[in-house]
Design a protein around this ligand. Structure first.
Ligand code: FA5
Length: 356
């Protein structure tokens, strides 16, 4: 049996609908409209039961041909739509490989950390150990064990933040000396440096901060002399500020060392002639030092007749300021990215020492 009029009309309508479907969803709707359970082609099939038995096979075959024609057209349209969608996607998502890449922000080491690590490296190379102590410290280790009894007037040199009468924020890294010596049970040698944060009730200005960094050095052994201290500090000055630097020791006073000295380094900018960095003196003060006071050795359990030692304490904040020409100590603690980024350039050039 050939396709009847109803079949041809349904087929033609289906073909138009398929042609007009603009996306996968519309195409699915067309499929349901004609081939679904309640679809028009299914409807044709249902009419078969009303036909005489002998006409049914031919009728069924004709309806099937309509179904196959519609199914084929839907599949074809699906391919066309999928291709069109892919092309559109490719056009929209095209990548211009000639565009420059986005810069990835990289960090730089903080100038203070660089300075502390530079100093640590030098002393590690000389066989020192690095020891860290407590920022919240007992009055005993911060003062008394360092020959500064309760009423000692030199306590005023380091105005302190007290937490209780016996506990304070350490004012220097020297308590680490006292603690380390105590732990060694009177047995030398001791050869340590102690980096860390310290706190003082100093009012903040360009060269003073209430929180700053110190590095303490301590050597205790038999026959340690002032010349050992001088040689060590000379090496430190040259390593930090250049091979042609000299140092100068001036008499000073610290309760925990005797004799005590302030140590100056010849100005690295003017080479000693006088300039703004050295305040026209040719010398820059970098640290305090001295021979460990016999009372300090004895209090920590060392026999001061057998052992002697030297100690020094420096402020890496001020050293970093000198090295990098930083005019205000507060820059170290405000975390301004513009300030920190300047040191990235130094790092990239791999420079150890920047002349200002
Ligand atoms: C001391 O603190 C001694 N403990 C150092 C010492 C150790 C001497 C061992 C002898 C033997 P002084 O108070 O001078 O010393 O401080 C040492 C360094 O800390 C100074 O040279 C300075 O660089 C730094 N410093 C002191 N006060 C401040 C501050 N408010 N802000 C920034 N740096 C400071």
């Amino acid at each position: 049996m050939v396709q009847n009029e109803a079949m041809i009309q349904i087929k033609n309508e289906a073909m138009t609908d398929i042609e007009q479907a603009q996306d996968e969803k519309a195409l699915q709707d067309v499929k349901v409209k004609y081939l679904g359970k309640k679809g028009q082609v299914t409807g044709l099939m249902k009419q078969m039961k009303d036909l005489p038995k002998e006409d049914r096979p031919a009728y069924g075959q004709s309806v099937n041909e309509v179904r196959q024609a519609i199914e084929g057209a839907i599949t074809e349209r699906q391919t066309i739509l999928a291709e069109a969608q892919l092309n559109q996607q490719l056009a929209e998502e095209s990548i211009d490989v000639t565009l420059p890449g986005r810069t990835v922000a990289t960090g730089a080491q903080h100038p203070l950390t660089r300075t502390v690590e530079e100093i640590e490296d030098l002393f590690l190379g000389l066989g020192y150990e690095i020891v860290t102590g407590y920022e919240v410290e007992q009055d005993y280790y911060n003062f008394e064990a360092l020959n500064l009894p309760k009423s000692h007037p030199a306590r005023d040199m380091q105005d302190s933040f007290y937490i209780t009468e016996e506990v304070l924020l350490r004012t220097h890294t020297s308590p680490v000396q006292a603690r380390t010596m105590e732990q060694r049970n009177g047995q030398g040698p001791v050869k340590i440096i102690c980096p860390g944060k310290v706190y003082r009730r100093d009012s903040d200005d360009a060269t003073h901060s209430h929180q700053f960094t110190q590095i303490e050095g301590l050597v205790v052994d038999e026959n340690i002399k002032m010349s050992d201290l001088k040689g060590t500090l000379e090496l430190l000055a040259k390593s930090l500020f250049g091979a042609d630097r000299e140092i100068r020791l001036r008499p000073s006073y610290f309760p925990f060392t005797e004799p005590s000295v302030e140590v100056d380094v010849s100005c690295f900018k003017c080479k000693g002639k006088g300039c703004n960095v050295c305040k026209h003196t040719g010398w820059i003060e970098i640290l305090g030092a001295g021979m460990v006071h016999p009372n300090v050795l004895e209090m920590a359990g060392f026999d001061s007749k057998k052992y002697s030692g030297f100690a020094f304490g420096m402020g890496p904040d001020r050293i970093a300021m000198l090295k990098y020409g930083i005019e205000d100590i507060r820059h170290f603690y405000t975390n301004d990215i513009r300030f920190l980024n300047q040191f990235k350039a130094v790092e990239d050039r791999g420079e150890q020492h920047v002349n200002i």
